[in-house]
Design a protein around this ligand. Sequence first.
Ligand SMILES: [Fe+2]
Ligand SMILES: [Fe+2]
Length: 193
Amino acid sequence: MTKARKAEITRLIEQGDWLPVAGSRKNVKEHDYYPIVADLLDLDEVQELKDFKHHIVTTRFQHSLNVSYYNYRLCRLLHLDAASAARAGLLHDLYHYDTKKYTSGRHGLRHSAYHPMVALERAESIAPINERERDMIVKHMWPVTPSRPKYAETYVLTFVDKYCAVIEFLLPQPQRLRSWVKKRREKRHSNVH
Ligand SMILES: [Fe+2]
Ligand SMILES: [Fe+2]
């Protein structure tokens, strides 16, 4: 891609006319995926996910969009309920607290078990959620959490969620990866001495 094209896309992203997903050069606003989630993307509760870092290198909004898009694509390819996959993917991490500051408090649950329940409660407060979407949101951490998915779409989401975490971390900047490796090496070195 030329520098001029990159600058043009950056401008379009800033204007809100281009919605990027990790690992793709597509503008998802021009994809048949977009109308399925457009109403959810407009909601404050979803937009506010931009204020939270996620998986170290991205925002919770971008991660949710990535999961939603790839979950849609994969479920459509597999002739599953792609619309529910897109909507549940966008809402699967709909919680508004800093993961690093999370404490289990009185309920004693780990973040991995707690946040899918919060996401489902929030999702149900902003949009109608069908049975399949509910299963996808509340069980997206399987097998870290023990409750087995009921639907094929949920199994797909558990895979896509992890796949996106990997590409979000690895794709954006080779430089970022190099600096992470360097820091790990330095830490290991200082622990040895
Ligand atoms: Fe999650
Ligand atoms: Fe996630």
